[in-house]
Design a protein around this ligand. Structure first.
Ligand SMILES: C[S@@+](CC[C@H](N)C(=O)[O-])C[C@H]1O[C@@H](n2cnc3c(N)ncnc32)[C@H](O)[C@@H]1O
Length: 320
Protein backbone atom coordinates (compact mmCIF):
# COMPACT_ATOMS: atom_id res chain seq x y z
CA UNK A 1 0.00 0.00 0.00
CA UNK A 2 1.41 3.42 -0.91
CA UNK A 3 2.04 5.91 1.87
CA UNK A 4 -0.66 8.25 0.53
CA UNK A 5 -3.29 5.57 0.84
CA UNK A 6 -2.19 4.31 4.24
CA UNK A 7 -4.90 4.88 6.82
CA UNK A 8 -4.27 5.87 10.41
CA UNK A 9 -3.06 8.91 12.32
CA UNK A 10 -0.53 11.31 10.83
CA UNK A 11 1.61 13.91 12.54
CA UNK A 12 -0.19 16.98 13.85
CA UNK A 13 2.18 19.24 11.90
CA UNK A 14 0.68 18.11 8.57
CA UNK A 15 -1.56 20.94 7.32
CA UNK A 16 -5.25 20.14 7.11
CA UNK A 17 -6.72 19.51 3.66
CA UNK A 18 -10.17 19.14 5.17
CA UNK A 19 -11.80 19.06 8.57
CA UNK A 20 -14.82 16.90 9.35
CA UNK A 21 -17.21 17.99 12.06
CA UNK A 22 -18.65 14.64 13.07
CA UNK A 23 -22.36 14.48 13.79
CA UNK A 24 -22.77 14.41 17.57
CA UNK A 25 -22.35 10.86 18.89
CA UNK A 26 -21.10 9.56 15.53
CA UNK A 27 -17.41 10.41 15.73
CA UNK A 28 -16.40 6.75 15.27
CA UNK A 29 -18.60 6.44 12.16
CA UNK A 30 -17.20 9.68 10.75
CA UNK A 31 -13.62 8.49 11.32
CA UNK A 32 -14.36 5.08 9.79
CA UNK A 33 -15.94 6.72 6.73
CA UNK A 34 -12.91 9.00 6.30
CA UNK A 35 -10.47 6.09 6.43
CA UNK A 36 -12.65 4.00 4.14
CA UNK A 37 -12.66 6.84 1.60
CA UNK A 38 -8.83 6.72 1.63
CA UNK A 39 -8.40 9.82 3.77
CA UNK A 40 -5.89 9.97 6.60
CA UNK A 41 -6.82 11.13 10.05
CA UNK A 42 -4.76 13.94 11.52
CA UNK A 43 -5.33 15.84 14.73
CA UNK A 44 -8.64 15.67 16.48
CA UNK A 45 -10.21 18.62 18.30
CA UNK A 46 -13.32 17.36 20.01
CA UNK A 47 -15.53 16.11 17.21
CA UNK A 48 -13.59 18.08 14.61
CA UNK A 49 -11.43 15.56 12.74
CA UNK A 50 -8.61 16.99 10.66
CA UNK A 51 -7.24 15.28 7.60
CA UNK A 52 -4.28 16.30 5.45
CA UNK A 53 -6.10 14.99 2.37
CA UNK A 54 -8.59 16.80 0.11
CA UNK A 55 -12.22 16.66 1.25
CA UNK A 56 -14.16 13.49 0.59
CA UNK A 57 -17.86 12.78 0.93
CA UNK A 58 -18.59 11.67 4.48
CA UNK A 59 -22.19 10.87 5.44
CA UNK A 60 -21.44 11.09 9.17
CA UNK A 61 -20.07 14.63 9.03
CA UNK A 62 -22.52 17.34 10.06
CA UNK A 63 -20.30 19.80 8.24
CA UNK A 64 -17.09 19.53 6.25
CA UNK A 65 -14.58 22.35 6.27
CA UNK A 66 -13.49 22.22 2.66
CA UNK A 67 -10.43 24.48 2.72
CA UNK A 68 -9.10 24.91 6.24
CA UNK A 69 -6.06 27.10 6.75
CA UNK A 70 -4.02 27.88 9.80
CA UNK A 71 -3.77 31.59 10.54
CA UNK A 72 -1.25 33.14 12.92
CA UNK A 73 -2.82 35.76 15.18
CA UNK A 74 -1.26 38.34 17.48
CA UNK A 75 -4.32 39.45 19.41
CA UNK A 76 -8.09 39.16 19.59
CA UNK A 77 -8.51 42.22 17.38
CA UNK A 78 -5.98 40.86 14.91
CA UNK A 79 -7.76 37.50 14.74
CA UNK A 80 -11.12 39.15 14.04
CA UNK A 81 -9.54 41.39 11.40
CA UNK A 82 -7.94 38.39 9.67
CA UNK A 83 -11.25 36.54 9.51
CA UNK A 84 -13.23 39.61 8.42
CA UNK A 85 -10.70 40.21 5.63
CA UNK A 86 -11.66 36.81 4.20
CA UNK A 87 -15.46 37.11 4.45
CA UNK A 88 -18.25 38.35 6.69
CA UNK A 89 -19.86 35.24 8.15
CA UNK A 90 -18.10 32.87 10.51
CA UNK A 91 -19.29 30.22 12.96
CA UNK A 92 -17.04 29.40 15.90
CA UNK A 93 -16.64 25.75 16.77
CA UNK A 94 -14.95 26.07 20.14
CA UNK A 95 -12.62 23.21 20.96
CA UNK A 96 -10.73 24.80 23.87
CA UNK A 97 -9.42 28.22 24.90
CA UNK A 98 -13.08 29.11 25.27
CA UNK A 99 -12.67 32.57 26.77
CA UNK A 100 -10.29 33.82 24.10
CA UNK A 101 -12.33 32.20 21.33
CA UNK A 102 -15.51 33.84 22.61
CA UNK A 103 -13.81 37.25 22.69
CA UNK A 104 -12.75 36.84 19.06
CA UNK A 105 -16.26 35.74 18.17
CA UNK A 106 -17.68 38.85 19.83
CA UNK A 107 -15.42 41.00 17.64
CA UNK A 108 -16.85 39.43 14.47
CA UNK A 109 -20.06 40.54 12.71
CA UNK A 110 -23.05 38.74 14.22
CA UNK A 111 -24.37 35.76 12.27
CA UNK A 112 -28.11 35.54 12.58
CA UNK A 113 -29.03 31.87 12.51
CA UNK A 114 -32.77 32.45 12.37
CA UNK A 115 -34.88 29.26 12.26
CA UNK A 116 -36.15 28.59 8.75
CA UNK A 117 -39.81 28.74 7.89
CA UNK A 118 -40.20 25.67 5.65
CA UNK A 119 -40.20 25.60 2.58
CA UNK A 120 -38.01 28.66 2.71
CA UNK A 121 -34.70 27.89 0.93
CA UNK A 122 -31.41 27.38 2.76
CA UNK A 123 -29.25 30.49 3.16
CA UNK A 124 -26.91 31.22 0.28
CA UNK A 125 -24.40 33.51 2.02
CA UNK A 126 -21.06 31.76 2.54
CA UNK A 127 -20.58 30.69 6.13
CA UNK A 128 -17.11 29.73 7.31
CA UNK A 129 -16.05 27.65 10.29
CA UNK A 130 -13.19 28.42 12.62
CA UNK A 131 -11.64 27.26 15.86
CA UNK A 132 -8.78 28.40 18.03
CA UNK A 133 -5.97 25.82 17.98
CA UNK A 134 -3.60 27.81 20.22
CA UNK A 135 -3.67 31.33 21.69
CA UNK A 136 -1.76 32.55 18.62
CA UNK A 137 -3.16 30.23 15.93
CA UNK A 138 -6.56 29.59 14.52
CA UNK A 139 -7.88 27.17 11.97
CA UNK A 140 -10.43 28.65 9.59
CA UNK A 141 -12.25 27.46 6.52
CA UNK A 142 -14.16 30.01 4.47
CA UNK A 143 -15.84 27.21 2.50
CA UNK A 144 -17.91 24.56 4.23
CA UNK A 145 -20.26 21.86 2.96
CA UNK A 146 -23.20 23.20 4.99
CA UNK A 147 -24.64 26.72 4.87
CA UNK A 148 -25.84 26.20 8.46
CA UNK A 149 -23.68 26.76 11.58
CA UNK A 150 -22.13 23.37 12.37
CA UNK A 151 -24.65 21.76 10.02
CA UNK A 152 -27.48 22.37 12.46
CA UNK A 153 -30.69 23.09 10.54
CA UNK A 154 -33.35 24.66 12.72
CA UNK A 155 -36.94 25.32 11.77
CA UNK A 156 -39.88 27.24 13.07
CA UNK A 157 -41.69 24.12 14.24
CA UNK A 158 -45.28 23.23 13.51
CA UNK A 159 -46.42 22.11 16.95
CA UNK A 160 -50.09 21.69 16.15
CA UNK A 161 -50.39 20.12 12.69
CA UNK A 162 -48.23 17.00 12.29
CA UNK A 163 -48.92 13.99 14.53
CA UNK A 164 -45.20 13.25 15.06
CA UNK A 165 -41.92 15.19 15.04
CA UNK A 166 -40.58 13.02 12.20
CA UNK A 167 -41.66 15.74 9.74
CA UNK A 168 -38.55 17.71 10.77
CA UNK A 169 -36.36 15.06 9.09
CA UNK A 170 -38.33 15.46 5.91
CA UNK A 171 -38.19 19.25 6.01
CA UNK A 172 -34.44 19.08 6.56
CA UNK A 173 -33.84 16.63 3.69
CA UNK A 174 -35.91 18.72 1.27
CA UNK A 175 -34.21 21.93 2.38
CA UNK A 176 -30.77 20.41 1.78
CA UNK A 177 -31.77 18.97 -1.59
CA UNK A 178 -33.01 22.44 -2.50
CA UNK A 179 -36.26 21.24 -4.04
CA UNK A 180 -39.55 19.79 -2.82
CA UNK A 181 -42.71 18.25 -4.23
CA UNK A 182 -44.75 20.73 -6.21
CA UNK A 183 -48.53 20.99 -5.87
CA UNK A 184 -50.04 17.97 -7.61
CA UNK A 185 -46.83 15.87 -7.45
CA UNK A 186 -47.45 12.19 -6.81
CA UNK A 187 -45.71 11.16 -3.60
CA UNK A 188 -45.43 7.70 -2.10
CA UNK A 189 -44.83 7.77 1.64
CA UNK A 190 -43.74 4.32 2.81
CA UNK A 191 -43.88 3.64 6.54
CA UNK A 192 -46.11 6.67 6.89
CA UNK A 193 -47.81 6.22 10.28
CA UNK A 194 -48.72 8.18 12.28
CA UNK A 195 -48.37 10.61 9.38
CA UNK A 196 -45.83 13.37 10.03
CA UNK A 197 -44.24 13.13 6.57
CA UNK A 198 -47.60 12.62 4.84
CA UNK A 199 -48.94 15.68 6.63
CA UNK A 200 -45.97 17.78 5.49
CA UNK A 201 -46.28 16.53 1.90
CA UNK A 202 -50.02 17.13 1.76
CA UNK A 203 -49.43 20.65 3.08
CA UNK A 204 -47.20 21.24 0.05
CA UNK A 205 -50.21 20.37 -2.11
CA UNK A 206 -48.83 16.99 -3.20
CA UNK A 207 -51.01 13.95 -3.90
CA UNK A 208 -49.91 11.48 -1.22
CA UNK A 209 -50.20 7.71 -1.18
CA UNK A 210 -49.36 6.80 2.42
CA UNK A 211 -48.43 3.15 2.95
CA UNK A 212 -48.30 1.60 6.41
CA UNK A 213 -49.69 -1.45 8.11
CA UNK A 214 -50.55 0.81 11.03
CA UNK A 215 -53.29 3.43 11.09
CA UNK A 216 -52.61 7.08 10.39
CA UNK A 217 -53.69 9.86 12.68
CA UNK A 218 -57.32 10.58 11.66
CA UNK A 219 -56.49 14.25 11.06
CA UNK A 220 -53.96 13.16 8.44
CA UNK A 221 -56.29 10.61 6.84
CA UNK A 222 -58.83 13.40 6.41
CA UNK A 223 -56.42 15.66 4.47
CA UNK A 224 -57.23 16.49 0.86
CA UNK A 225 -55.27 14.56 -1.74
CA UNK A 226 -54.21 11.80 0.64
CA UNK A 227 -54.87 8.06 0.34
CA UNK A 228 -53.85 5.41 2.84
CA UNK A 229 -52.92 1.89 1.72
CA UNK A 230 -52.96 -0.17 4.90
CA UNK A 231 -50.45 -2.84 3.90
CA UNK A 232 -46.74 -3.63 3.88
CA UNK A 233 -44.56 -1.33 1.78
CA UNK A 234 -42.71 -4.39 0.55
CA UNK A 235 -45.87 -5.92 -0.87
CA UNK A 236 -46.51 -2.94 -3.14
CA UNK A 237 -45.53 -3.88 -6.67
CA UNK A 238 -43.74 -1.00 -8.45
CA UNK A 239 -44.91 -1.91 -11.97
CA UNK A 240 -48.50 -2.36 -10.80
CA UNK A 241 -48.35 0.99 -8.97
CA UNK A 242 -47.06 2.73 -12.07
CA UNK A 243 -49.73 1.15 -14.25
CA UNK A 244 -52.52 1.99 -11.80
CA UNK A 245 -51.42 5.61 -11.44
CA UNK A 246 -50.59 6.04 -15.12
CA UNK A 247 -47.22 7.53 -14.15
CA UNK A 248 -44.24 6.87 -11.88
CA UNK A 249 -44.24 8.37 -8.40
CA UNK A 250 -42.61 11.79 -8.64
CA UNK A 251 -41.14 11.12 -5.21
CA UNK A 252 -40.71 7.95 -3.18
CA UNK A 253 -40.26 8.62 0.52
CA UNK A 254 -39.52 5.89 3.05
CA UNK A 255 -39.24 6.03 6.80
CA UNK A 256 -39.98 2.31 7.18
CA UNK A 257 -38.29 0.61 10.12
CA UNK A 258 -36.36 -2.21 8.46
CA UNK A 259 -32.86 -3.53 7.87
CA UNK A 260 -30.83 -1.39 5.44
CA UNK A 261 -30.40 -4.31 3.01
CA UNK A 262 -34.16 -4.68 2.74
CA UNK A 263 -34.60 -0.98 2.02
CA UNK A 264 -31.84 -1.11 -0.60
CA UNK A 265 -33.59 -4.00 -2.36
CA UNK A 266 -36.81 -1.97 -2.34
CA UNK A 267 -35.10 1.09 -3.81
CA UNK A 268 -33.51 -1.06 -6.53
CA UNK A 269 -36.87 -2.62 -7.45
CA UNK A 270 -38.54 0.78 -7.82
CA UNK A 271 -35.63 2.10 -9.87
CA UNK A 272 -35.48 -0.91 -12.17
CA UNK A 273 -39.24 -0.67 -12.76
CA UNK A 274 -38.93 3.05 -13.51
CA UNK A 275 -41.70 3.53 -10.96
CA UNK A 276 -40.23 6.41 -8.94
CA UNK A 277 -38.34 9.48 -10.10
CA UNK A 278 -36.79 10.68 -6.85
CA UNK A 279 -36.02 8.98 -3.54
CA UNK A 280 -35.69 10.24 0.02
CA UNK A 281 -35.31 7.34 2.45
CA UNK A 282 -34.20 6.93 6.03
CA UNK A 283 -31.66 4.14 6.49
CA UNK A 284 -32.07 2.92 10.05
CA UNK A 285 -29.41 1.05 11.96
CA UNK A 286 -30.14 -1.31 14.78
CA UNK A 287 -27.11 -1.93 17.00
CA UNK A 288 -23.86 -1.54 15.09
CA UNK A 289 -23.73 0.63 11.99
CA UNK A 290 -23.92 -1.47 8.84
CA UNK A 291 -21.03 0.09 6.89
CA UNK A 292 -21.40 -2.36 3.99
CA UNK A 293 -25.01 -1.22 3.46
CA UNK A 294 -23.89 2.42 3.52
CA UNK A 295 -21.36 1.60 0.78
CA UNK A 296 -24.04 -0.10 -1.32
CA UNK A 297 -26.40 2.88 -1.06
CA UNK A 298 -23.57 5.30 -1.84
CA UNK A 299 -22.70 3.29 -4.96
CA UNK A 300 -26.07 4.05 -6.59
CA UNK A 301 -25.33 6.68 -9.27
CA UNK A 302 -26.33 10.15 -8.06
CA UNK A 303 -26.86 9.01 -4.46
CA UNK A 304 -26.36 11.42 -1.61
CA UNK A 305 -26.10 10.10 1.95
CA UNK A 306 -26.25 12.38 4.94
CA UNK A 307 -26.67 12.28 8.66
CA UNK A 308 -29.25 15.01 9.16
CA UNK A 309 -29.42 17.06 12.32
CA UNK A 310 -32.83 15.49 12.95
CA UNK A 311 -31.62 11.91 12.31
CA UNK A 312 -30.97 9.52 15.19
CA UNK A 313 -28.90 6.38 14.45
CA UNK A 314 -29.89 6.80 10.82
CA UNK A 315 -28.71 8.20 7.55
CA UNK A 316 -30.87 9.83 4.92
CA UNK A 317 -30.48 8.55 1.38
CA UNK A 318 -31.41 11.03 -1.34
CA UNK A 319 -31.52 10.43 -5.05
CA UNK A 320 -32.97 13.36 -6.89
C1 LIG B 1 -40.55 5.87 12.23
S1 LIG B 1 -42.15 5.38 11.85
C2 LIG B 1 -42.58 6.46 10.56
C3 LIG B 1 -42.92 7.85 11.01
C4 LIG B 1 -43.52 8.67 9.91
N1 LIG B 1 -42.55 8.97 8.86
C5 LIG B 1 -44.08 9.98 10.40
O1 LIG B 1 -43.64 11.02 9.92
O2 LIG B 1 -44.98 9.97 11.23
C6 LIG B 1 -41.88 3.89 11.03
C7 LIG B 1 -43.13 3.25 10.46
O3 LIG B 1 -42.72 2.15 9.64
C8 LIG B 1 -43.83 1.27 9.64
N2 LIG B 1 -43.47 0.00 9.07
C9 LIG B 1 -42.70 -0.98 9.58
N3 LIG B 1 -42.64 -2.03 8.72
C10 LIG B 1 -43.41 -1.69 7.65
C11 LIG B 1 -43.74 -2.31 6.42
N4 LIG B 1 -43.27 -3.53 6.13
N5 LIG B 1 -44.53 -1.66 5.57
C12 LIG B 1 -45.01 -0.44 5.85
N6 LIG B 1 -44.73 0.21 6.98
C13 LIG B 1 -43.94 -0.41 7.87
C14 LIG B 1 -44.26 1.23 11.08
O4 LIG B 1 -45.61 0.78 11.20
C15 LIG B 1 -44.09 2.70 11.49
O5 LIG B 1 -45.32 3.36 11.39
Amino acid sequence: MSEAAAPGPVAEAVPAGAAYLAAEGFEAECEAALIEAGGRLGARHGRLLLSPDPPRANPWAANIWLAPQEIAIASIKHAAAKLKAIQRNWALFATGLHRRATLIEAALPPVKARPLRFPEPAPTAPLGGWTLLAPDRLLASARCSSPFPHGVVRFEEDRTGPPSRAYLKLWEALTLIGTHPAPGSLCLDLGAAPGGWSYALARLGARVVAVDKAALDPRVTAMAGLRHLQQSAFALDPAAFRAAEGQPADWLFSDVVCYPARLLALVRRWRVAGAARRFVCTIKFQGATDHAAVRDFAALPGARLMHLHHNKHELTFMLV
